[in-house]
Design a protein around this ligand. Structure first.
Ligand SMILES: Cc1ncc(COP(=O)(O)O)c(C=O)c1O
Length: 371
């Protein structure tokens, strides 16, 4: 990669000396996985940071989705959105359930609560909304519908690390929420993830499920999987947690600079902060109206690439267009008009904690002068 390349993201890395010191401790203890001391410390520290009572670490952000559906014994049909990373819908499929796509709302890129009821059938057992880009969806309205029809709600909160509404973590909504700690995320443990639940008994079940279903040395209580996080990643996670607030503050500055510079550019739309929300600035999506901007999204994407500025078209193509899902009745584009349009308009601009002023200005100039 050219050294002038501006990447869409850059991983938050712990201080290497501090990490080495922790590695020495791990080497000395010879306890490298299976609920070691750093694993326990990280679960506790994350629960405190995220203001949630129960959290279980996972090896990535896909396995908590799979496990949440298992833990809640979800069957039949699960309502979700196609404007997400494929793992959301794949987790439903891998559990032998049928995904039912509902359109998103333009305001949040999350599920449109007004369209959920029309998608409910006697086979529906759960709703899996996504806090896309870390923007909170309409949790109150979703819960009212879930309560009315006796449905479970599992939030894919992969993007919503640290996001709060009126001082309350979004991870407290619904029955469970999942997180991804992938290298590209605001907070990473190299690879990693977590599942948040609201009571001790459920955490116990989740912890059995992520350890093959073992409930003791010889007893297996469920068809579990292996998603145990090792000590090396736990140590790394503890160190990264110390610097995540600063990383979010740096990201906020980048977001504000983008907003200031792009606000009056015709044909470009972006999100402002939502009232009462603590955002994490995990992504900075812009939406291009080709007619007003004078260039299509894809032309801008290519021009940026040629100038070594790597935007990403999250989330294009829609999950509902992939071969596994496109035959589903709910995957028809006319069922998903907003998602279909936004998938064709979006580019996520470079956004990370180390993005310097000069680089941000280079991105902005490219967008403003490119037309
Ligand atoms: C919305 C969403 N859900 C789930 C995942 C899966 O997370 P992971 O890549 O950690 O398995 C991702 C991540 O990349 C994501 O963006």
């Amino acid at each position: 990669m050219d050294k002038n390349t501006i990447t869409v993201t850059s991983p938050l890395l712990p201080n290497l000396d501090e990490f080495n010191a922790m590695l020495k401790e791990i080497w000395a203890s010879k306890w490298i996985t299976n609920n070691g001391q750093f694993h326990k410390q990280l679960e506790k520290a994350l629960a405190e940071y995220l203001k949630v009572p129960y959290i279980s670490l996972f090896t990535n952000g896909t396995l908590p989705l799979l496990t949440a559906l298992q833990a809640l014994r979800i069957t039949g049909e699960v309502i979700t959105t196609p404007y997400s990373f494929v793992a959301t819908t794949h987790s439903i499929w891998w559990n032998g359930c049928k995904p039912v796509f509902v359109d998103i709302e333009e305001e949040t890129c999350g599920i449109d609560p007004n369209k959920i009821e029309a998608a409910i059938t006697p086979k529906t057992t759960a709703i899996m909304p996504v806090h896309c880009y870390g923007k909170p969806v309409k949790m109150k309205q979703i819960q009212e519908i879930a309560d009315k029809y006796g449905l479970k709600v599992i939030y894919d909160a992969a993007h919503a690390f640290g996001v709060e509404v009126d001082g309350e973590s979004v991870l407290k909504a619904g029955d469970m929420s999942t997180l991804s700690f992938h290298a590209t995320k605001v907070y990473n443990t190299l690879e990693g993830g977590a599942l948040v639940c609201h009571d001790e008994k459920t955490k116990q079940r989740i912890d059995y499920l992520k350890n093959f279903g073992f409930a003791g040395e010889t007893e297996v209580v469920a068809p579990g999987i292996n998603s145990k996080v090792d000590e090396v990643r736990s140590a790394y996670g503890l160190l990264n947690l110390k610097q995540v607030d600063q990383a979010i503050a740096n990201r906020q500055k980048v977001a504000n600079r983008y907003r200031e510079a792009l606000r009056n550019v015709p044909g470009i739309r972006f999100f402002d902060d939502m009232l009462g929300v603590r955002h994490n600035y995990s992504y900075f999506p812009i939406f291009i109206n080709a007619e007003e901007y004078g260039m299509t999204r894809d032309d801008l994407y290519v021009k940026m690439k040629e100038a070594n500025v790597l935007g990403r078209r999250y989330f294009y193509p829609l999950i509902s267009t992939f071969s596994t899902y496109r035959g589903l009745h709910s995957a028809a584009p006319d069922n998903l008009p907003i998602a279909t349009r936004l998938a064709n308009e979006v580019i996520c601009l470079p956004m990370h904690h180390e993005l310097c002023k000069e680089d941000v200005n280079r991105v902005i100039e490219l967008i403003i002068n490119n037309r």
